[in-house]
Unconditional design. Structure first.
Length: 73
């Protein structure tokens, strides 16, 4: 079953919270503990980028940045 990017962000956030609380956690069959905190954060950031792209595609936008006006003539 394929999960949405936002669902993966949620998993990584829960894993990060668990590890910060001193627990270990498992994502896709892989166990993470305190020493993997940076790896968990890197994974979360990657999935956050993917989730943003999913939301942008759903709204028809190409960029998450602000719209820029061009005032030159």
């Amino acid at each position: 079953m394929t999960q949405s990017a936002q669902a993966m962000v949620d998993l990584y956030l829960a894993a990060e919270k668990d590890v910060l609380a001193g627990k270990s956690t498992t994502i896709n069959g892989r166990t993470f503990a305190t020493e993997n905190l940076q790896e968990i954060r890197d994974g979360r950031q990657e999935w956050e980028r993917r989730a943003l792209q999913e939301r942008l595609r759903a709204t028809g936008r190409k960029s998450g940045g602000p719209a820029l006006a061009n005032f030159s003539s």
